[in-house]
Structure formats: structure tokens, C-alpha cells
Design a protein around this ligand. Structure first.
Ligand code: ADP
Ligand code: MG
Length: 255
């Protein structure tokens, strides 16, 4: 594995995510192999790599949607173990946006966004609604709050999913191929919201193959193949001078 690199402007920020010698198996299948990753506050990390390389599994271990079997994962000072209290703490601090939006189809947009703050954060409904409206406005969906997910386009639904995650006021946002299920004309509107979030200083880990976005936003690039981090470098270095052949070949295919 290559050395851990930190972009210089982030070097003084505290480490908020640490993966240290992490291994995971699905039964006999070794899906994550000795993963070491360090993310500092406000850092933007983009993870890319071929399908099946373990990208989703990796980010899902960060909020314990998947368990790891070996090594340590520490998120904002909390070590991820089977202790359900720790898991609750982490889930509150880590927002996640999925490829397939995962909105509740039978709930209005407003209810999709308030459900977390009301049920998990025990926030009074009125306050949760105010917050929901403010985040829906931020992602440009304020006027659609009373519609149902099925009445919105894919791009709009994904922006709602981002607002829903933000309404929990997370410290970290994870994105798992948030634009892969979208028609091309809707990709930009979602990337614009993500870019804005990055500009506001959110700590973000994004699995994406949108390399234009990655070039603009990423501090750090990670390339995975067959369960390993094959290349791990500051974005500038990654794009100008990828060291690993597998990584070069992959970039040539998608750029
Ligand atoms: P990526 O997101 O890079 O496409 P994934 O993390 O989804 O990769 O999957 C990595 C590998 O693990 C793939 O070979 C996939 O088939 C396998 N895998 C993913 N989820 C499971 C699961 N729940 N059970 C067994 N194998 C899985
Ligand atoms: Mg995936």
C-alpha cells in the first residue's frame, strides 16, 4: 500500500476517520484487505475503482451497515464495535446517500426529511419541519415538500436524500455512487449540491466515477481494486501522475 498522504492545507485538522488494518470477509470471500485510511476534518476523499472492488463495502463499514472482522475503525473518537450504543452515536454523526436514493415511498418529501430528527434525535416536530424546509430549500426542493418521492425526478429525489441526511446535522457525509442511477441531465444538479456542501467545509467520502467532480473537489483520491487500496494520493498527484498500472488503465478507460 502507498503511504498515507494528507493534502498540506488539511495537515493541521484533526483526524476524524481512521481505518487501521481493516479486513472483512463475506463468508469465505475476502472483500476488504488490510485497509488503512485516514480522513481529516473537512477533507474530501473520492474513492474509485472497478465494480466489485469493495468500494461500497468500505464506506458501509464506516457507519456499521457492514461489520468488519479485523482491524480498527474509529470515527470521531468512537471505535466501531458490536456495542449498539457506539453504533447509534456513529449513525447520528455520519450521513449517507445511496445510489438508489432509498427514500420512503409512502411518506411525503417533508416526512422523509423530518423522520430522522423526530425519531432519532427526538426533536419536536415543528422544529424538525423548520429544519427540513431549510435543507430542502438549500437543495432546491422547497416547493415540492408535500409531494411524494414517486412524483419527483431521480435528480430531485437524490437531492431530497441529501437534504434528509443533512437534516440530521452529520459531521461526515458518505456518498455511494449518488449519480450512477441518474439520467445524464440530472447528474449535474446533484453534483452541484455536493460541490456546495464541499465548499461549506463538510467532511466527505464519495464513491464516484465522476472524475470532473473529483478533480474539482477531491483533496485525496483512493483507487481500489480487488478489495485493496491500490493507490492513495493527493488528488493533484493522482491525476497528473498515477503510479499504479491498474489505476492508469482504469483512468484511461473512464476519462
Ligand atoms: P463495489 O462497490 O466496488 O462495486 P462491493 O463492495 O459492492 O463493490 O462488493 C465487493 C465484492 O463483495 C463483490 O464481489 C460483491 O459481489 C461482494 N459482495 C457485496 N456484498 C455482499 C454480500 N452482502 N454478501 C456476499 N458478497 C457480497
Ligand atoms: Mg458499489
Amino acid at each position: 500500500m502507498s503511504q498515507i498522504h494528507t493534502a498540506t492545507h488539511l495537515a493541521d485538522n484533526p483526524v476524524i476517520i481512521e481505518m487501521d488494518g481493516v479486513n472483512k470477509w463475506y463468508d469465505q470471500f475476502h472483500v476488504l484487505k488490510d485497509i488503512n485510511l485516514q480522513v481529516r476534518q473537512q477533507e474530501k476523499v473520492v474513492i474509485c475503482g472497478p465494480s466489485g472492488s469493495g468500494k461500497s463495502t468500505l464506506i458501509r463499514t464506516l457507519n456499521r451497515l457492514e461489520e468488519h472482522q479485523e482491524g480498527n475503525i474509529i470515527v470521531d473518537g468512537t471505535t466501531l464495535t458490536n456495542d449498539t450504543k457506539n453504533i447509534e452515536v456513529i449513525r447520528r454523526e455520519v450521513g449517507m446517500v445511496f445510489q438508489q436514493f432509498n427514500l420512503f415511498p409512502h411518506l411525503s418529501i417533508l416526512d422523509n426529511v423530518t423522520i430522522g430528527p423526530v425519531w432519532v434525535r427526538k426533536m419536536p416536530r415543528k422544529q424538525a419541519e423548520e429544519i427540513a424546509y431549510s435543507f430542502l430549500e438549500r437543495v432546491g426542493i422547497g416547493e415540492q415538500a408535500h409531494k411524494f418521492p414517486g412524483q419527483l425526478s431521480g435528480g430531485q429525489q437524490q437531492r431530497v436524500a441529501i437534504a434528509r441526511a443533512l437534516a440530521m446535522q452529520p459531521k461526515i457525509m458518505l456518498f455511494d455512487e449518488p449519480t450512477s442511477a441518474l439520467d445524464p441531465e440530472m447528474i449535474k444538479e446533484v453534483l452541484d449540491v455536493m460541490r456546495e456542501l464541499a465548499d461549506q467545509g463538510m467532511t466527505m467520502i464519495c464513491v464516484t466515477h465522476e472524475m470532473g467532480f473529483a478533480r474539482e473537489v477531491a483533496d485525496t483520491m483512493v483507487f481500489m481494486d480487488q478489495g485493496q487500496i491500490v493507490e492513495y494520493a493527493p488528488a493533484k498527484e493522482f491525476f497528473t501522475n498515477p503510479r499504479e498500472e491498474r489505476c492508469k488503465a482504469f483512468l484511461e478507460q473512464i476519462l
